[in-house]
Write a protein that binds this ligand. Sequence first.
Ligand SMILES: [Zn+2]
Ligand SMILES: [Zn+2]
Length: 285
Amino acid sequence: MDIAHDFIADVVGADRQNPISQAAIFYGILTIGGLFFYQFFALCSFTYFFVLRRHQYFPPTIKRVDVMKQALHEIWIGSSSLPFMGLVMLPCPLFAYRGYSKMYTKVDDYGWGYLLVSIVLFLVVTDCVIYWAHRGLHHPLIYKPIHKLHHTYKFTTPFSSHAFHPLDGFTQGVPYYMCAYLFPIHNLLFVALFVCVNFWTISIHDQVDFGPGEGILNTTGHHTIHHELFNYNYGQYTTIWDRIGGTYRIAEQTHDFATGRPLPNHEPPASPNGLLADASRQLKR
Ligand SMILES: [Zn+2]
Ligand SMILES: [Zn+2]
């Protein structure tokens, strides 16, 4: 992100050392970059699974018009929240750029061995912190004002992935930046991991689970259960913390990984409308 900042600063002729221009550039990267990433990659996933291959992945009872309506609403939620998310996230890259983080730029500073260790550290720390942060967001006092927006629909689409209240996005986004202040991490590796995490977030909302449902990975099936039952499978990449915290539910693998075909014992949801009705009933409890 520092490289992007310096490139933009040079192109627009801004002073690299001026904190105001630094803040403006980082805000632009977070907001415009976030909007592009979310809309483009969620659209790719949505187009593939929900439009081009919808007959393969979903039963005819899932009406395209219902899914389209929902997707447009989610795009509105995600896109209108991202500029506010950018604002609350701004101190993270800004202070990192101003030298307060442990990010480094030369691999030789810590070596290739440590580079690999830092990947594991990043995944272990964020997996744990996001589990507890997400579980905290389901506390009755916090759920309604902040996290309920992400649970508007039980039937998720790739556009559900970033459809957050800004404070929800901040709570679940800040653990990644926290790593840059906790232990040394290469700046390009950090950006690469952050991008991968966002791909993962889109992927676990696409309803198509290639399994394995009983494994250590927190797959789409696990997160689909989270949206349907609320109090299970809070995890991000693994099911470890759900197992420790007593919130684990086995997921159902929906499709064969090699062929992409639905598994014979898979019972798809009847319709997003049915799920929507269930969701609103539960949300009104
Ligand atoms: Zn949740
Ligand atoms: Zn979700």
